[in-house]
Design a protein around this ligand. Structure first.
Ligand code: GDP
Ligand code: MG
Length: 246
C-alpha cells in the first residue's frame, strides 16, 4: 500500500485533486482509497474511506474552547492525536494499492509545527509515502509569490520528511504566455531576472532554492485532468524506486 498526501495552502485545489486523481487511478484499474484529514471541510466531492470528522468537529472545538476558526483547526488536529489508537485501527482496515490523503490548508500544521509529521506518520505507518505540494498557479504567476510558495514547499518538506513533488495546480487558469513564463522559472535564471532588484540575502536565497530544485514544479489541472500522466509517472518512480526526491 502506498500513500499519496496532497498538501498546499487553503484553496490550492487539494480536495478537487484528490477526487480527480482517484478517478484517474481507478481508470487505470488501480485500487484506491481516500482519507480526509480536514476537520473543517463541509462538503466532499468524494466518498472518504476514513474521515477525520468522525473524530473531531472543528466547529464544536471552536465553541467549546472559544477559539477562532484557524486556531480551532490546529486544536482539532491536536485532539485527533489523542485518539491515535482508534484511528490507526480504522486505517489498518483500509485495503488499496494507493491511498490518497486530503489535508487541511492550515500551513501551521505542516510548516511550523510538528503535528503534520506526527499525523502523517500515524496515517501511513510503515508504508511508503510521498507528498504532493500544490502551488496555486493563480498565485504563483507573480514572481515573488512563486518564491514564497517554493519556500513554503521547502518548509513542509523539512517538516514531513517525505519525498516531495511540487505541482502547479489550476494551470488551466493561466494563458499560454503565463504558463510558459512560470515553466521557465522552474529552470532558474529567468526567475531571478523577473524578481528585479532584491537585497543580497534574498538573491542568494532564491538562487540556492532554484539551483536545488531537482525537478521544476509539474503543471496540473484537476478540473481539466492536465498533467496527470506526468504526475503519476513521478509518483510511481519515487514509490517504486525509493529514490530521494525534493
Ligand atoms: P483545497 O482548499 O486545497 O482543498 O481546494 P479545493 O479543492 O476545495 O478547491 C478550491 C477552489 O478551486 C474550488 O472552487 C475548486 O473548484 C477550484 N479548483 C480546484 N482545482 C481546480 C483546477 O484545476 N482548475 C480550476 N480552474 N479550479 C480549480
Ligand atoms: Mg480541501
Amino acid at each position: 500500500m502506498y500513500f499519496i498526501f496532497f498538501t498546499g495552502t487553503a484553496g490550492a485545489g487539494k480536495t478537487t485533486m484528490v477526487k480527480e486523481f482517484q478517478d484517474y487511478l481507478l481508470q487505470l484499474g488501480l485500487d484506491t482509497a481516500v482519507i480526509n484529514l480536514d476537520p473543517a471541510v463541509e462538503q466532499l466531492p468524494y466518498a472518504p474511506d476514513f474521515d477525520i470528522r468522525d473524530y473531531v468537529d472543528a466547529l464544536e472545538v471552536m465553541e467549546k474552547y472559544n477559539l477562532g476558526p484557524n486556531s480551532s483547526l490546529i486544536a482539532s488536529i491536536d485532539l485527533v492525536l489523542t485518539k491515535a489508537a482508534e484511528i490507526k485501527k480504522d486505517i489498518d482496515n483500509i485495503e488499496a494499492n494507493y491511498v490518497l490523503v486530503d489535508t487541511p490548508g492550515q500551513v501551521e500544521l505542516f510548516a511550523y509545527r510538528d503535528t503534520g509529521r506526527i499525523i502523517s506518520s500515524l496515517i501511513s505507518g510503515e508504508n511508503k509515502a510521498v507528498n504532493v505540494f500544490l502551488m496555486d498557479s493563480f498565485l504563483a504567476k507573480e514572481a515573488r509569490s512563486y518564491v514564497s510558495l517554493l519556500l513554503l514547499s521547502s518548509a513542509i518538506k523539512f517538516r514531513l520528511n517525505l519525498p516531495q513533488i511540487d505541482a502547479l495546480s489550476k494551470i488551466d487558469l493561466l494563458n499560454e504566455k503565463e504558463s510558459a513564463k512560470i515553466s521557465s522559472w522552474g529552470e532558474g535564471e529567468e526567475l531571478i531576472d523577473e524578481l528585479g532588484v532584491v537585497d543580497d540575502y534574498s538573491f542568494e536565497l532564491v538562487r540556492t532554492i532554484v539551483e536545488n530544485l531537482d525537478n521544476p514544479p509539474i503543471p496540473v489541472s484537476a478540473t481539466k485532468n492536465i498533467g496527470f500522466d506526468e504526475l503519476y509517472a513521478i509518483i510511481q518512480r519515487i514509490l517504486a524506486g525509493g529514490e530521494d526526491y525534493l
